[in-house]
Design a protein around this ligand. Structure first.
Ligand code: ADP
Ligand code: F6P
Length: 471
């Protein structure tokens, strides 16, 4: 087995399978931010990405992708159901998002979570060089740091949580709360999106284990585990360049024309997820039409909602409710050739997304809770002429950085309606000043600076990664 000095471990591999023109199955790098960010780094060092390739058959043997080795971890149908759909997405996901839907607890799911985490840890142990660095990603794999430390005490281990980490009152509901924290404490550095999450973590560790913990570090088993906030970023320059391309500009003009050249386009782009506040947003928009504040001819809503985790009951229920509501609103307020809501459930390529961002006078990003929300950042990056208004939930991680957005509490329907109107009617000088400040921030704190700051902190001696992270 070839070994690497840098290994990323994530539930998914950063690749998609697609069908080549000759009908053969082709694996291509998916456009995810982490792979783009790590790409230059991973190429300088023999690097491996450990993850699941999708599907529940035997693990496919994958070629290297842009010089990075793909090491596949297989999932059986039972693992997929009980680990991915069950413990990860029906226990942890709702609990970590303020329990906006009821988390479910099943002992069988916990068994699967342990089993799959062990498989990922064993795979990482197998492919990492002596003294190497392993960076574990997200809530699917919270037990991996401790399991890996047992197998390979020589490694430097990082863990980053992309989703929110909840306050102690919520986390304490988990039947296996102590084991989950112990799993994370196997890392040398635990990264969160927000400082509040690091605080929640420290409080829980003191409460459950009675060991000294601050928002910056925890002393455990004679080791120091460092803790901190590292808000995830995007490839700002890449999105800006894409949005500025002449073909994307032309596509945007066409889209606007196809929408009937309205005065205002409101856009939302979400995974179909109950954390995203889609229903609250639809209600606010339909009430503004019913109240006469918004006219469908002048102001259209484009709602992109790509289906996700489709076999999980709460996601099926949400999709039914959203589609019923879109149908109701269009039936009540639309006219022939003039729907109130343009509702799309398709995945788009990056150029089409950039064209959509270009036509959005108001981008409505109103999750009830979100670790970061990259869509909000992509929109800002795409507004290369500094126009457009970002309506942003206070409960998205992005709100901590994008304070010049039009900030809203999506639970407050009247407040949401009012802020949507404010954004629609804002003075262009005001929106331009806000957008410029947000774009500057995102150019300064981009995905490369995120990777550099996290890996720089993980390598506290400064020696191991210095050569890798210098551009
Ligand atoms: P989450 O990680 O919860 O899905 P984020 O907003 O952080 O939410 O990230 C979503 C990512 O998925 C963004 O990079 C966005 O561009 C992408 N995305 C969302 N909808 C689509 C779609 N219909 N087609 C292609 N990419 C999409
Ligand atoms: O933001 C959390 C997250 O799990 C991401 O890691 C992932 O890209 C996204 O949600 C989509 O989720 P899934 O991997 O379940 O399709």
């Amino acid at each position: 087995m070839r070994q690497s000095s840098l290994v990323v471990v994530a539930n998914r591999l950063p690749i998609d399978d697609s069908v080549a023109p000759d009908g053969a199955c082709e694996w291509r790098r998916s456009p995810g931010g982490l792979m783009s960010a790590l790409h230059p780094l991973l190429q300088h060092t023999p690097a491996t990405w450990v993850g699941w390739a999708g599907g529940t058959g035997p693990a496919p043997d994958l070629p290297d992708v842009d010089g990075v080795r793909m090491h596949t971890v297989p999932l059986t149908p039972e693992d997929f159901r009980d680990h991915y759909e069950g413990f990860a997405n029906a226990t942890l996901w709702p609990l970590y998002h303020d329990a906006v839907e009821q988390p479910e607890h099943h002992r069988r799911w916990w068994e699967a979570y342990q089993r799959v985490n062990r498989r990922f840890a064993e795979a990482a142990a197998e492919v990492t060089d002596h003294g190497g660095v392993v960076w574990v990603q997200d809530y699917h794999l919270q037990l991996v740091p401790a399991l890996l430390r047992e197998l390979r005490p020589d490694l430097r281990i990082g863990f980053f949580l992309h989703v929110p980490f909840p306050p102690p009152e919520l986390f304490m509901q988990l039947p296996r709360r102590a084991e989950l924290l112990r799993g994370m404490l196997g890392a040398d550095l635990i990264g969160f999106q927000r400082a509040q999450a690091a605080h929640n973590f420290a409080q829980l560790v003191s409460k459950l284990f009675g060991i000294p913990a601050t928002d910056r570090q925890v002393e455990v088993d004679g080791r120091t585990v460092r803790v901190g906030a590292f808000p995830v970023a995007i490839d700002t320059a890449e999105m800006a360049a894409l949005a500025a391309r002449p073909d994307v500009a032309a596509r945007a003009d066409r889209l606007r024309h196809d929408l009937g050249d309205p005065d205002h386009v409101i856009l939302s782009v979400d995974r179909m997820d109950y954390t995203k506040g889609i229903e609250q947003r639809l209600k606010a928009y339909s009430e503004l039409i019913a109240d006469g504040h918004v006219k469908v001819r002048d102001t259209v809503l484009v709602q992109v909602a790509v289906p996700s985790r489709e076999r999980v009951g709460q996601y099926q229920i949400l999709r039914d409710r959203v589609e019923r509501e879109v149908g109701r609103i269009n039936g009540e307020f639309g006219r022939v050739g003039e729907p109130a809501i343009h509702y799309l459930t398709q995945p788009f390529d990056r150029a089409e997304l950039a064209a959509l961002y270009r036509i959005a006078d108001v981008m409505a990003v109103t999750p009830l809770r979100d670790g970061m929300n990259l869509v909000a950042k992509e929109y800002v990056a795409a507004r290369v002429d500094d126009t457009g208004a970002l309506l942003l939930s206070e409960f998205a991680g992005a709100a901590a950085e994008l304070s010049q957005a039009y900030l809203v509490n999506p639970h407050d329907l009247e407040g949401l309606k009012q802020m949507l109107l404010t954004a629609l009617e804002a003075d262009p000088r005001d929106t331009t000043a806000r957008m410029r400040a947000m774009r500057e921030h995102l150019h300064r704190y981009d995905i490369r600076s995120w990777v550099r700051s996290y890996l720089g902190a993980l390598d506290d001696s400064g020696s191991l990664l210095r050569s890798m992270i210098s551009d």
